[in-house]
Design a binder for this molecule. Sequence first.
Ligand SMILES: Cc1cc2nc3c(=O)[nH]c(=O)nc-3n(C[C@H](O)[C@H](O)[C@H](O)COP(=O)(O)O)c2cc1C
Length: 73
Amino acid sequence: MFLQTVMVLLRAEGMDSCPQMAWAEYHQTVREVLYPARDLVLACGMSVGYADPGVPRPAMPRIPLSEAVTFVT
Ligand SMILES: Cc1cc2nc3c(=O)[nH]c(=O)nc-3n(C[C@H](O)[C@H](O)[C@H](O)COP(=O)(O)O)c2cc1C
């Protein structure tokens, strides 16, 4: 949810992002580059920038909102 908040704020600023938990697997390598404090654990990485609309991207299937969410009024 924290990541989502950052991602939504980035969109509001016209920027794009890509969270990747796979970075956690390479925590040792990341530690050698970023020197984080010893008491921190790498949970996730996130690329931030401007998407290139000219680059083709694979279509990620999504179920319709109505299948995932029930709005109770
Ligand atoms: C918390 C989180 C962690 C993610 N980790 C990975 C990852 O480790 N590797 C990966 O290929 N995609 C990962 N994804 C998916 C990509 O960030 C991205 O959502 C996916 O490529 C689909 O792109 P789209 O949401 O713009 O359609 C993760 C997504 C979330 C929300």
